[in-house]
Design a protein around this ligand. Structure first.
Ligand SMILES: [Zn+2]
Ligand SMILES: [Zn+2]
Length: 337
């Protein structure tokens, strides 16, 4: 089979590889679509640790092609998506219901082979059936949407809230839709790229701000004098993370959602956090949110078709890193069919 393998930061190639064999409790999946994530880019630029070499990619959907011994809940031919994080079910975190923080987590495309390939294997309990009407491309959004759902769970957005989202890439647009579904009345999106601001408006933003030419804080205060109830940093940008705490009202919640570089720090004024009683949270992966993501996409409560800016055939995989972050780029989708 063809597979995109990252050998070390900056070195990714499409190679021929053996089709993996599902072991006991695993299924083999024929992959039909795989989205490109900020994490993939972080691996490529050396901002995230991984077990190199590894098949990259973890946001995908396909069809069950073979069953390992003991698999009882899935059948060959089932259309599926996957929570790509394999956990141990044994460590202290798994036992407290925080499986996404598992000490022995093995994530596809990072520690174990991922899904920018024709086939992959995954544990039965990580595999979710998708509705007939859902396309594979839509289903490839289940993983990023599950992460966005988790971010919103942590942020506890309630009806009537003012939510500010910094960055309107693929994740910012999913978060915007979820904030609207949770009843936020003001959803303010700050984003320097015009096309992305337009997309955010299509996806439920009530106000957009261009930080390149507008004073973000002044624009926010025109909409809500005291600041936002919830601020979500969805770009993984250190400057924005530092600014984000000033956009929150007293007692508000700031979620650092974007993938941060592992070796950098952000200057924050601890007096300000204490004095204004701010809740500054990190959001990582997803906690039992995949089934909800499948429901949200299957019911079309969350729309993703307009987020795909480019479709790249698997054989041309390395091109994704030339496109990543460009003004015309939103979600990159790898066609693995
Ligand atoms: Zn992802
Ligand atoms: Zn565990």
């Amino acid at each position: 089979m063809k597979a995109a393998v990252i050998f070390r930061p900056g070195d990714v190639k499409v190679i021929d590889k053996e089709i993996p064999t599902p072991r006991e409790g695993e299924v083999l999946i024929r992959i039909y679509a795989c989205g490109v994530c900020g994490t993939d880019h972080s691996l490529y630029v050396g901002g995230f640790p991984a077990n190199f070499p590894v098949v990259i990619g973890h946001e995908f959907a396909g069809e069950v092609a073979a069953l390992g011994a003991g698999v009882t809940t899935l059948h060959v031919g089932d259309r599926v998506t996957v929570d790509p994080n394999r956990v141990c079910h044994k460590c202290d975190y798994c036992r407290m219901g925080k499986e996404h923080l598992c000490e022995n987590r093995l994530s596809m495309g990072v520690e174990i082979d991922g899904a920018d390939a024709e086939y992959c294997v995954m544990t039965e309990s990580n595999v979710y059936r998708i509705p007939d009407q859902m396309t594979y491309e839509q289903a490839a959004f289940c993983e990023p949407l599950a992460c966005a759902v988790h971010g919103m769970d942590l942020a506890r957005v309630i009806p009537g809230d003012t939510v500010m989202i910094l960055g309107a890439g693929g994740m910012g647009n999913l978060l915007t839709q979820l904030a609207a579904l949770r009843g936020a009345v003001n959803i303010i999106v700050s984003e320097p790229i015009k096309k992305r601001r337009e997309m955010a408006l299509e996806n439920g933003a009530t106000h957009v701000i261009d930080p390149g030419v507008q004073d973000v804080d002044a624009e926010l205060r025109k909409i809500r004098r005291i600041g936002a109830d919830v601020v979500v940093e969805a770009a993984g940008n250190l400057k924005l993370q530092a600014q984000s705490i000033y956009y929150s009202r007293k007692g508000g919640t700031i979620v650092w959602f974007g993938c941060s570089p592992m070796d950098k720090t952000v200057p924050v004024n601890s007096y300000d956090i204490n004095d204004r009683e701010l809740n500054v949270l990190g959001s990582f992966n997803n906690q039992f949110a995949t089934a909800r993501a499948v429901e949200l996409l299957g019911s079309q409560k969350v729309r993703v078709e307009n987020l795909i800016s480019h479709r790249i055939p698997l054989k041309d995989y390395p091109a994704v890193f030339d496109l990543f972050g460009k003004p015309d780029t939103l979600k990159l989708m790898v066609d693995t069919a």
